[in-house]
Design a protein around this ligand. Structure first.
Ligand SMILES: Cc1cc2nc3c(=O)[nH]c(=O)nc-3n(C[C@H](O)[C@H](O)[C@H](O)COP(=O)(O)OP(=O)(O)OC[C@H]3O[C@@H](n4cnc5c(N)ncnc54)[C@H](O)[C@@H]3O)c2cc1C
Length: 379
């Protein structure tokens, strides 16, 4: 593994930072509230500007509107965005895995119609995977897609769908086979959310103003052309997609930045000389750095064109530990001040709660590590 960034990647980072610092000087995610209208309006405007500079999808192939750059540049972009609170809003899903899934599995028509609006920063996508009885056990999902003439009729319910209230499309999993087929009876649909029969309902959540939704599908009819990949072969797409999603967000970068802010707060409060607090800072910093290196191993694989490996589970679990350590530290040192809504401590603590559940819970990652990396017998 090569630890240094290439000159081109380093130059890309400094250009990006020079642009972002003034551009985002007055923007903080914690003030706006994740999923709030003001956040999403800001994101819509911001990503259009990024797209115009070629910085929305620099890692996509040139023929699909990208910049033809590599996996590292994609990650430099991700680090700089996440450490600033992810001003792209839900766009990180589009650029990290929705677009790449369409590039890999889509028809020419799907690529022609769906990719350009993503590269121009004109659309939001959301992810319709989880259901009330199918979260960790995603293969148990029950939303049905029944073939009817030249289309499918969708019925069912999704839950915890981040940004569905603002999104234009949903990357939706539905059952085209029977429940007994398990993962072999699932297909992916690229569903416009203005399809009649689709209803989005808000769920009040702990993460932000309006971050979660339920999506109800009642006889929603879609053309057969909206299916991505072959019928009943959606699981392969999901497997790949989740590998990208798990390490798509460089959470350690934000945790490390919050940690720096907490150190400043402690210095001002005269607490930094306390050896116990120093030790906590040391531990949290080590966890951030460990997560960074484990994520870099995954990016190194990507950059070399290898298939996603189980190292993504390790990287994800390490990021959860880093987020939690910084969230706990915020509560420990700031006390009740860290509970004030929209304070950095509050935002970090909420993030750390979500990190251990979203994209497959922490416990799920541990199960996968024990089976696929440590090769321990199933308990
Ligand atoms: C911030 C956030 C954003 C999200 N965004 C989306 C989204 O946009 N789209 C979407 O589809 N979903 C989204 N989700 C949902 C997320 O994918 C699910 O919450 C997650 O997969 C867990 O499923 P569940 O909530 O049904 O919990 P369950 O599967 O019921 O699990 C509950 C608890 O039991 C534990 N558990 C379950 N099975 C096992 C096992 N075999 N071994 C050990 N422990 C186990 C889990 O670790 C967890 O702690 C989001 C969740 C969060 C927190």
């Amino acid at each position: 593994m090569e630890f240094a960034f290439t000159e081109a990647d380093a130059a890309f980072r400094s250009d990006l930072v020079a642009y972002l610092e003034p551009e985002l000087a007055h923007w903080t995610r914690s003030e706006f509230g994740l999923g709030s209208a003001v956040f999403t309006d800001f994101s819509r405007e911001f990503v259009r500007t990024l797209a115009a500079k070629g910085w929305l999808t620099p890692h996509w192939p040139v023929e699909y509107g990208g910049g033809g750059q590599g996996a590292w540049q994609h990650f430099v972009l991700g680090e700089e965005m996440w450490m600033r609170g992810e001003p792209r809003g839900p766009q990180y899903m589009n650029v990290n895995w929705v677009g790449p899934a369409i590039i890999k599995y889509g028809t020419e028509e799907q690529k022609r119609t769906l990719l350009p609006p993503i590269t121009r920063g004109e659309v939001f996508w959301c992810q319709g995977f989880s259901e009330p009885e199918a979260g960790t056990d995603l293969a148990a999902l029950r939303t049905r897609a029944v073939r009817d003439g030249d289309g499918y009729v969708l019925n069912g319910q999704k839950i915890w769908t981040s940004y569905a209230n603002e999104a234009d499309y949903c990357f939706l999993l539905a059952r085209t086979g029977t429940v007994a087929d398990g993962r072999d009876g699932i297909s992916v649909f690229l569903l416009p959310l203005d399809t009649p029969g689709v209803e989005v309902r808000r769920i009040e959540g702990f993460v932000g103003a309006h971050s979660f939704n339920e999506v109800f599908l009642t006889d929603a009819r879609v053309p057969a052309e909206s299916r991505l990949g072959e019928e009943n072969k959606g699981w392969e797409i999901v497997r790949r997609t989740l590998a990208y999603e798990r390490v798509g967000a460089p959470r350690y970068a934000r945790a490390a930045r919050v940690l720096d802010g907490l150190a400043e707060w402690c210095r001002n409060a005269g607490l930094l000389a306390d050896p116990g607090i120093q030790e906590q800072f040391g531990n949290a910093r080590v966890l951030c750095e460990a997560a960074r290196v484990l994520v870099y191993r995954v990016i190194d694989e990507r950059a070399k064109g290898k298939e996603p490996s189980p190292m993504a589970y390790q990287a994800r679990a390490a990021m959860v530990l880093a987020e939690r350590a910084v969230g706990d530290l915020a509560l420990d040192v700031m006390g009740s001040e860290a509970l004030v809504e929209h304070s950095p401590g509050d935002a970090q603590f909420r993030n750390s709660l979500g990190a251990g559940i979203a994209a497959g819970s922490y416990e799920t990652q541990l199960n996968l590590i024990s089976r696929l990396i440590l090769e321990l017998p199933k308990g």
